[in-house]
Design a protein around this ligand. Structure first.
Ligand SMILES: Cc1cc2nc3c(=O)[nH]c(=O)nc-3n(C[C@H](O)[C@H](O)[C@H](O)COP(=O)(O)OP(=O)(O)OC[C@H]3O[C@@H](n4cnc5c(N)ncnc54)[C@H](O)[C@@H]3O)c2cc1C
Length: 415
């Protein structure tokens, strides 16, 4: 007799993690994926021998899921340096300053910051101390203001926020005003002060690929759209079928329209423009005036990202920054990115553009009052649902809800 089976719609990280737990419980799974590849928003393409993640994307070793479940060594992961670099135009010339470790040793590294405001240094140190000890459930309860308000309430000055935290978190939240709920800030900040940002040898798509192999590729039907009608009815190719349990592991189409977007421009350069394993933040970042929030050279961190003797350079342009400058097509985005980069690195005239990506439904919006949760998995219609849209916009958010969804599906089948 065949085992009871959970039918999962979507092969992003949440669908795959849900399947892994269901299989471990002794039940079976079937996964339906509408696109031709697994991984959802965690995919890596190979272009001219370069590894291009779909949008600049890192894995955080400090996430609870990373600590307990991911073997970063077997993924051949390499870490960014814990510090960051800020590039600012001073007297018409670019000036790069390196801060060795603003999240783990704020006092020693941020002493160098131009503003020299001790209140900022102390504010960062206090944040670090309180957030690094905070339990994840507590991080997702309590205050519900915007990140910007939270940072100001924490005693940080506007100039400090603009120089360091805005370009960094604009690239993480994919919005530049820092309207995102303070809970997500607390979570990301605490993860960054606990761990590293890493890139697997085969790109971020390596982790979903690893999970898919573990689950068994024969259990995954690609290029297959599926829909849930109720908790035990699935529609595939127009055929309605009663099954043991359905889990929907993707955001609803209605939500996709309001999700945040990002443009990512990838370049092939003969050499690294700023050698070192740092993220390069735009210290002059200002919505309506500049486009690029940050740049990176992934091949400086993980050499497999570029062919021998070449460097991969990436620039991130958040959707609202692009909109504020009327950059609404790939040519306009590329030309603007080149103009800004040329002021910092005139050599960019010799870089070849590898790709200009426009990721429209990149992250669910999580603004104030939204009550981000630690974990949630049942939609209003009683259908089990998982994904970052159910909790918070990160890989950890996606797996949290997947774990709750899997346990609920198992409970319903076994009861
Ligand atoms: C540019 C970018 C950078 C990011 N950077 C980071 C980062 O640095 N750190 C971090 O933690 N997170 C980051 N994220 C967020 C992280 O990638 C997501 O939170 C996570 O991948 C979401 O996984 P998911 O399973 O919830 O959804 P998805 O990955 O969207 O998966 C849903 C899947 O369902 C499929 N699907 C949809 N409808 C159907 C249907 N009807 N039938 C069958 N299949 C269907 C889709 O094709 C897709 O494969 C980033 C995201 C983007 C876009």
């Amino acid at each position: 007799m065949s085992k009871p089976t959970v039918h999962i719609i979507g092969s992003g990280i949440s669908g795959l993690r849900c399947a892994e737990i269901v299989l471990d419980s002794g039940l079976d799974v079937k996964i339906y994926e509408k696109s031709e590849r697994i991984g959802g928003r965690m995919k890596t393409d190979i272009v001219d021998g370069f590894l291009l993640d779909r949008g600049f994307h890192v894995m955080q070793t400090g996430y609870p899921h990373s600590i307990s479940k991911i073997d970063f060594e077997s993924l051949g992961s390499e870490a960014f340096s814990p510090g960051t670099r800020i590039i600012k135009t001073v007297n018409g010339r670019p000036k790069i300053t390196t801060y060795s470790d603003p999240f783990r040793r704020p006092l020693s590294s941020l002493r160098l910051l131009g503003s020299e405001r001790w209140s900022d240094l102390i504010g960062m140190a206090k944040l670090r101390l309180s957030l690094s000890r905070m339990d994840i459930k507590k991080i997702f309860s309590g205050g519900d203001a915007s990140t910007y308000e939270y940072l100001r309430q924490s005693g940080l000055s506007n100039s400090f926020i603009d120089k360091l935290l805005r370009p960094l978190f604009a690239g993480i939240f994919l919005e530049s005003k820092l309207d995102t709920n303070e809970r997500l800030f607390r979570f990301i900040f605490s993860s960054m002060s606990r761990g590293d940002m890493v890139l697997p040898r085969k790109g971020v798509g390596a982790y979903p690929n690893h999970l898919a192999k573990k689950i068994g590729l024969e259990r995954i039907s690609l290029s297959t759209s599926a829909f849930a009608d109720d908790p035990t009815t699935i529609i595939i190719n127009g055929q309605r079928k009663t099954v043991d349990q359905v889990v929907v592991a993707h955001p609803p189409q209605s939500e996709e329209k309001s999700m945040r977007m990002v443009w990512t421009v990838y370049f092939d350069s003969p050499r690294s423009p700023a050698p070192g394993k740092f993220l390069l933040l735009n210290g002059d970042y200002q919505i309506g005036k500049t486009a690029i929030a940050h740049m990176a050279v992934p091949s400086d961190v993980q050499p497999s990202y570029a062919p021998e003797g070449r460097s991969l350079v990436v620039a991130t342009i958040v959707g609202d920054a692009a909109d504020s400058l009327n950059l609404n097509n790939a040519e306009a985005v590329e030309s603007r990115a080149r103009k800004e980069i040329e002021q910092w690195f005139p050599d960019c005239k010799n870089w070849k553009t590898l790709d200009v990506q426009h990721i429209k439904a990149a992250l669910p919006s999580r603004e104030t009052g939204v009550n981000l949760s630690f974990s949630k998995s049942i939609g209003e219609d009683g259908i089990i649902t998982c994904g970052d849209h159910m909790t918070h916009a990160s890989m950890q958010g996606a797996v949290n809800s997947a774990e709750t969804a899997a346990n609920e599906a198992i409970r319903r089948i076994q009861n």
